[in-house]
Structure formats: C-alpha cells, structure tokens
Write a protein that binds this ligand. Structure first.
Ligand SMILES: Nc1ncnc2c1ncn2[C@@H]1O[C@H](COP(=O)(O)OP(=O)(O)O)[C@@H](O)[C@H]1O
Ligand SMILES: [Mg+2]
Length: 348
C-alpha cells in the first residue's frame, strides 16, 4: 500500500523505492509509519504524509488507526555510530547551510563569517558553527577569543550557549581550545567534537545556521553532511585554474547519491585586487572569471565575487568583520547574502 504513494518531485518514484519509509510498527489495530525526509521542510512532506495515511486506510481493515511520524535523514541511511545524536537543538533552525571548500586558505572562514554578519544586517536571525577543527578561526575573526561559552543544564542534557556578537550567534571549538583542549579531544569523542559544536548548542530561533566546514572532502566531511541535517552548501573557491579540481571534488561530494545536497552556489573569493587608493582599479592576480567558468561548468550559480582587499584581511585579524562596514567590500558581502537568500528560496 505504501508502494502506491508516489513522490511527485522524484519522477514519481514511490516512497518505498526512495527509501523514505523508515519504520512501520503495528500494535493491535494501530499502524505507525515513520517517514524519513532528506531535507528539513520538504515542501511535499505534508502531501506525502497525508497520501501515506490515505493509502493505508484504503487497504487496512476497518477500525485501523494510522499515525504518521517523520524523521529527517538521508534516504536509506541509518544511524551511523553509537553516539545518540539528538537533533532537538536544530528544531528551531530553518536553513542549515554548509560553507565548504576543497582546500584551505581560499577564504572559506572569511566568507562564512562575513556572510553571517551580512545576513544579520539584512534582518535575518543567524548562527554560525565553526566546524573547522583543523583551524578554528571564528573567535579571532569576531574578536571573541577571550570569551568562554557557558554551559546550561536542560533536563538531563548539558547544552552550550553560543556567544552573541554583531547580531549573530557564534559557536567554535576554538573557544575551548585553550582551557579545555584535552578534555574535548580525548577518546572517542574527538571525531564527534565538531558535531557537538552544532548539536549540543542552545541555538535560538534561527533563519540561517551556517556551518564553516573543515576544508576538503574526506571522511569527516561525509560524516558531517550525513549526520547534520544540512539543507545544502555553498562552495568557496579562488579563480585559479588549479582550484578547479578541488571544486570538482566538493561538487561531487555534495552530489554523491548517498548525500544529495543542494549546492546553492559558488563564491569566488580573491577575484581581483583593488588597492584602497585606486578603488576603481582591478588587478586579476589569480586570473579573470575563473569562478564564473567553474560555475558554468558545474551548472551551479555564481553567488558572488569578493575582491582581495587589504581591509578584509585586517578586519578579519582585528575581529571586526568587513561586512559591518559601509565600504564597497562590505556591500559586496551584503549582495552575496541577498543572492544566497534568493538561491535558498528558489531551491525550495
Ligand atoms: N577577500 C579577501 N581579501 C583579503 N584577504 C582575504 C580575503 N579572503 C581571505 N583573506 C585572508 O586570507 C587568509 C585565509 O582566509 P581564511 O578565511 O582563514 O581561509 P580558509 O578558512 O579557507 O582557510 C586570512 O588571513 C584572511 O584574512
Ligand atoms: Mg578556515
């Protein structure tokens, strides 16, 4: 009977074929079906729940009671490890978006931090989780290195409160690096520490939660995208031709059939150099429009081009993100944020 329920968004394959039926429990005359959705807020979720209910009622004996529950995970994927991953803290987050790059040093954290601040400037409620365990840079870039997040007890759970600044909720493993390093990294928790930075945090009601992902496309990334209900990602690159292979790896990771996350777009960072004293001049140090060509190549939108500007680096080092400023580079981040919002809205 559940074979009769077709997903109109997936070439009308049925929900069983699509691996969306997580569990069917029968207790007396009560049938409980748990459906798994790969995305938070699947626009067709309600339709599929109702169709499943109707399909069972149609075939079941009279007096049968049907309940439909939902969980969020990738189709066909089951709990990966022993750690009981409680997603409750993400219930009030509308869009979880990874900021990824094939390799380090392309400005992924700079883009993530400034995108968060720019989204907040546009009036959205924003959080950023720094999952870059190799180089957590959010505390420095936001001038919050001397802050230590508080822990609160909620029922039997211990949750960490994010640090609030510039209208954004920040969480980073870097906050714990000095005092608590050994504690956080010891034993089997090491690999899950970054997931804690996302799941054990008492986030507010957020429109966007950005995740500054570790650079690369290895196991840690795959586990992160599978276990965290990320809706999609943006990929950061420089325009250099050598970056193409890294972008390709990232694109392939998100498009892998076990992952299947939307790529909202590509961000080309360090697109050109503009000296402060000659703001009209553009020097294409890493080549011109490499990002645009990559975006066309992989059929993903180019969300923005961010120039190399000394103040972006200085502001990053000084803990005052450039997106706060009214300079052209500040405006470039606001435009980038607007384009991301559009891309997220059209992907739904
Ligand atoms: N558009 C830019 N203009 C000037 N400096 C930049 C720009 N983007 C990044 N940087 C600088 O480059 C360095 C690496 O950036 P970062 O964001 O830490 O990269 P990643 O997170 O990819 O390793 C930092 O010092 C940062 O301030
Ligand atoms: Mg970084």
């Amino acid at each position: 009977m559940l074979f009769d329920v077709q997903h109109p968004g997936k070439e009308d394959k049925n929900i069983v074929e699509l691996g969306m039926v997580d569990k069917v429990e029968i207790d007396g005359n009560k049938v409980t079906v748990t459906l798994a959705f790969p995305k938070r807020r699947d626009p067709l979720a309600e339709y599929l729940e109702e169709s499943s209910k109707a399909a069972i009622y149609r075939h079941a004996p009279e007096g049968t009671e049907v309940e439909i529950k939902t969980v969020i995970r990738n189709a066909g994927e089951h709990k990966q490890n022993g750690l009981d991953m409680d997603m409750a803290q993400l219930d009030n987050v509308s869009h979880i978006i990874g900021v990824a790059s094939g390799k380090g040093g392309v400005g992924k954290s700079t883009i993530a931090v400034n995108l968060a601040v720019a989204l907040a400037r546009l009036g959205y409620k924003v959080g950023l989780a720094d999952a870059d365990v190799y180089g957590p840079s959010v505390p420095k870039m936001t001038g919050t290195e001397d802050q230590m997040p508080e822990a609160v007890k909620e029922g039997d759970k211990e949750l960490i409160l994010p640090i609030e600044k510039f209208g954004v909720e920040w969480m980073s493993i870097g906050f714990f690096a000095k005092q608590g390093e050994a504690l956080i990294w010891r034993g089997p928790m090491a690999c899950n520490a970054l997931k804690q930075m996302i799941l054990q945090v008492k986030w507010g009601v957020l429109d966007f939660l950005l995740i500054d992902m570790p650079p690369g496309t290895g196991d840690i990334h795959i586990s992160l995208v599978q276990d965290i209900p990320m809706e999609g990602a943006v990929i950061v690159t420089t325009p250099q031709p050598v970056a193409l292979a890294d972008v390709e790896k990232s694109v392939n990771m998100f498009r892998n059939k076990n992952i299947e996350k939307t790529i909202f777009g590509l961000v080309e960072n360090m697109s050109w150099f503009t000296p402060a004293e000659l703001p009209e001049n553009r020097y294409y140090i890493f080549g011109k429009n490499g990002g645009l060509e990559m975006a066309e190549n992989f059929k993903i939108p180019l969300l923005g081009q961010i120039p190399i500007v000394q103040s972006i680096r200085e502001d990053g080092d000084g803990g005052e993100p450039a997106a706060l400023s009214s300079r052209p580079d500040g405006a470039a981040f606001v435009t980038l944020a607007e384009n991301l919002v559009k891309a997220v809205n059209t992907a739904e």
